[in-house]
Design a protein around this ligand. Sequence first.
Ligand code: RB5
Length: 152
Amino acid sequence: MNDKDRRIVIGSDHAAFQMKEKIKSFLEEQGLTVEDVGPGSESSVDYPDFGKRVAAAVSSGEFSRGILMCGTGLGMSMVANRFPHVRAALCGDLFAARMSREHNDANILVMGGRVIGDVLAMAVVKTWLETPFEGGRHSLRLEKFDTIHPAS
Ligand code: RB5
């Protein structure tokens, strides 16, 4: 993990607020620097408002890695993947976490706070952070993302 990867931008909605707090503490215990874009409580919020903050920070290159959580992880995935250069991966198990890095070079990890438990979520985060991108043929496939223009 390079120095830039040691700074993580993180956000959630109300449904995953408790998980966000636990993941934040877990990351800080690992010596990582965490930028929390909110929310600051369990009061109801709209997930796009927080998803876009994390996605924009990764899309712009300010952060190389981000973590997003909502109830299912679905809404946050949909929001994040609208941003250029964002490859957000919804992961609910260790295999998905590893493959999202090895093959897809995922730069945002998404989890569902109402789907997986805290212990598995922390293991998913650890695997996702520690697994490098394999490159090679997978780089060529990722390069094709930028050549896809649905309207043409
Ligand atoms: C909030 O109730 C819920 O819709 C949200 O957390 C998320 O699961 C959306 O995809």
